[in-house]
Design a protein around this ligand. Structure first.
Ligand code: FAD
Length: 463
């Protein structure tokens, strides 16, 4: 086992960790990034599967995600727009199939009016509460102690409207049932995209993709940092951040930190833990973290979603005037989109199966699960969807170094109780990941903002 010295150790080579390292190296600091996996990029992962190029993890960029857009530019990468010509499909609660254009589902007239009213209320709350410190607003406790599902039903007696608005945040973003997180958490999700209206507008939220895949953003950052900085296959097991035998209260600022991983020991002045909060407890902290962090970290958990990829010889839906976009709150795949690659003659569909629906199909044999999912795609886009040439399910829930998708959120009441403390450093340890972001919360953009903030914090503190 080798020991090295650096100014800063970064745990995790996802977008957050790599951005922290990039900013620190640019400021003249020496850095080691220790990554558990045999690749960089974390929850972004672009792979060729059976000859098809697939975005297994994060991929879309919205126009407000300026940190990511600027980085893509700086790295010399290109972007392209998601295909969006033609009509979208809405599968109503009774199973009826409707085609439509624009961003509002063709539900009944009164349901549409209710949905518009709910969007208006949520836009108002977002404006009032903001993105930076939702926990500090006078309404925080009230909104954080009621589930989003119950809150919606307090506002409206139209079940279809509540379901339709609910899935934009529940299945669509936090990938937890709407009864499992608070209305305040839903407001934060919307605020992180600028407004609730932005969040429900797929042309905004799913605007662009990176040519060559989103993982190439992390790969390009890692290549610039070099092999002396980024170490793969190096899971961090222990961080000793105070003198031997000292409690956290006895910690003396400036004490060197020692980080042990499976192949490397690093001694440094500062640490950036750039992994999602559900994995903090995989690391042994010596001394143990304070009570507040121990408690807080048990209230942050990842959602669960299956990202389904189906590749066809042609994007057959386009010939029928369909965009490939489909929604159905009661469908197995609650959302489907055209995910065809840049300049690819083949057509790719991506569908999402979220939370309790994912549990149900994961309990089935793989063949059965595939059949049910493809039947769901076919209800949106026709029989041809039943026979893809390549079929693949992204399953980050099974990945040891992630354990869910897309990101972490608090359980009921957690956000107002702990949010103010989530980014507070503990001694020389800072926290950075998309799960703690304001703008770009749960997204690559938010991860980059967090990485930059951690680096800025270290540089400001002058170490
Ligand atoms: P991560 O990407 O999770 O990186 C953390 C890294 O730390 C990982 O590489 C992990 O292996 C490593 N690690 C963990 N524990 C240790 C340890 N003990 N020692 C060393 N290393 C460790 N975002 C978007 O912007 N647009 C999208 O379209 C989108 N879609 C998504 C679809 C899916 C299926 C998923 C899973 C995510 C999606 N996201 C999307 C979210 C986005 O990918 C994440 O928010 C982002 O990757 C988070 O970056 P991060 O650096 O904070 O964490």
């Amino acid at each position: 086992e080798t020991a090295i010295e650096r100014d800063v150790v970064v745990v995790g080579a996802g977008p957050a960790g790599l951005m922290a390292a990039r900013a620190l190296v640019a400021a003249g600091r020496t850095v080691a990034v220790l990554e558990a996996r045999d690749r960089v990029g974390g929850r972004t992962w672009s792979q060729t599967v059976e000859g098809a190029f697939l975005e297994l993890g994060g991929q879309w960029i919205s126009p407000d995600q300026t940190e990511l857009l600027a980085l893509v530019d700086e790295l010399g990468l290109g972007t392209y727009q998601r295909y969006r010509e033609g009509e979208s499909v809405y599968l109503a609660p009774d199973g009826a199939r409707h085609t439509y254009t624009g961003s509002m589902f063709p539900a009944g007239e009164s349901t549409i009016a209710e949905m518009e009213r709910l969007v208006g209320i949520l836009d108002g709350l977002v404006e009032q509460i903001g993105v930076a410190q939702p926990w500090a607003h006078p309404l925080a406790r009230e909104l954080d102690t009621i589930s989003f599902s119950s809150w919606l039903r307090q506002q409206s007696s139209d079940e279809a409207a509540c379901d339709n608005i609910g899935i934009f945040v529940a299945g669509g973003m936090l990938t937890k049932p709407a009864h499992a997180f608070s209305a305040l958490q839903a407001v934060l999700m919307a605020a992180s995209a600028g407004s609730f209206s932005n969040l429900v507008d797929e042309d905004f939220i799913l605007d662009r993709r990176v040519v060559g895949g989103m993982q190439s953003v992390s790969e390009a950052m890692a290549a610039e940092l070099g092999e002396d900085v980024v170490f793969l296959n190096t899971p961090v097991r222990t961080i000793r951040w105070a003198g031997e035998g000292q409690t956290y209260a006895e910690h003396v600022p400036g004490t060197p930190v020692t980080v042990w991983s499976d192949r490397l020991t690093v001694v440094a002045r500062d640490v950036v833990v750039a992994v999602p909060p559900n994995l903090y407890s995989r690391i042994s902290f010596e001394p143990p973290l304070p009570r507040l962090q121990h408690q807080m970290h048990q209230h942050q958990s990842l959602g669960l979603v299956i990202k389904v990829h189906a590749v066809y010889e042609t994007p057959f839906w386009r010939a029928e005037g369909l965009s490939g976009t489909g929604f159905g709150a009661h469908e197995l795949c609650q959302e489907v989109y055209d995910n065809t690659n840049h300049e690819d003659p083949r057509g790719t569909l991506v569908g999402f199966v979220s939370d309790e629906k994912a549990d149900a199909v994961f309990a089935l044999p793989a063949e059965e699960r595939r059949r049910l999912i493809l039947e769901s795609l076919a209800r949106y886009l026709g029989e041809e969807a039943l026979a893809p040439v390549v079929y693949y399910e992204s399953d980050f829930g099974s990945e040891e170094w992630t354990r869910g998708a897309y990101a972490a959120s608090y359980d009921l009441g957690g956000l107002h109780r702990y949010g103010a403390h989530q980014a507070t450093p503990v001694g020389p340890i800072r926290w950075a990941c998309s799960d703690l972001a304001a703008e770009g919360y749960q997204h690559v953009d938010g991860a980059l903002r967090q990485g930059r903030a951690a680096a800025d914090g270290i540089l400001r503190a002058g170490s």
